[in-house]
Design a protein around this ligand. Sequence first.
Ligand code: ZN
Length: 300
Amino acid sequence: MVNIHQIKEEICDMGRRLYNKGFAAANDGNISYRIDENRVVCTPTQICKGFMKPDDICIVDMEGNQISGNRKRTSEIFLHLKIMKERPEVKSVLHCHPPYATAFGIAREAIPQCVLPEVDIYMGDVPIADYAIPGGDELASTILPFIHKSDIIVLANHGTVSLGPTVEKAYWMTELLDAYCRILMLSRQLGKVSYFNKEEAEDLLKLKGQWGIKDPRADIENCELCANDIFRDSWKETGVGHRAFDPPRFRRNDPEPCGCVSNPILNNESVSLEKQNDKNADQEALIKAITERVLEALKK
Ligand SMILES: [Zn+2]
C-alpha cells in the first residue's frame, strides 16, 4: 500500500531540488506520481516548485479530474496521464526547463553520444520533440512517438520531460541530461570534443546489454553507434541536426574501422570547424609548395 503523504513529501523534496538546480524558474515545471490504477498525485498550477508543502499537492483521476487538494492541479497533467497510459510501468513524470538541455532544444542540435560512459549507459540517445504550445493536446502528440525508446525527451524551444518508476529516478534523468549538455558545451568551448572510438563504443553497448539496460541501438542492424540515428527520422520535421557537434559515423558490425559509411544528410548539414580548419591548412600548404616551386624555377 502506497503511503500518500510520503509521496507528497517526496514530490516537495524533488521540487526543491529542481528549483535549487535552476531547472524551474518562478512557477515553471510540474511533477506527478501514479499511486494506483486510477489516481495520480501531482503538483498544483501557479506555485514555485522550490517551496511546496505536502498540503499543496493535488490528487487527480486518470482523466485529469481533481479528486482532492486545496489548489488547482497543473494544466500539464494531461501530458503526464497520456504518458502513464502509454507506458503503465512509468509511475512518475517530471517536466521542467533545465537550461543546458533546453539550449539544445532551441538550437535544434542533436545531443551526441560516445562522450561520457555513464551517460551512454544510463541515458542513451535523447530525442528532441517538435515544438507545440504548452498545456495543449498537441504537446502530448509531439512527445508520445518517443516515449517507448527514451526516458527523457527534450521539447523544442521549451524544456524536458522525464519518466521513471519513482519521482527521484525521473528527476535523475533530468539532472543527468542537463549536466551532460553543460559538459558538452564547456568542452566544445575549449575547442575539442573527443569521442569514443568504435571499439570503446561497442564495449559500452555490450556492457549495457550485460547489465540488462535496453538500448534501441541494439535492435538496429549496422546502426551508427555515436551519431544519433535512433531518432534521425524525426529530424526533417524538427530541423534537428549536427551543426555544433560532429560525432564519428562508424557503424556497429561495420568491417571498416573508420567512419567510411557516409550519410549524405549529415555530410551536407555539418562541416565541422575542425575539418574546415584542416582543409584550409591543407590548401595553404599546397599553395605554399607551388609558390616555392615556381620561385625556384624562376631563379634558374
Ligand atoms: Zn514548461
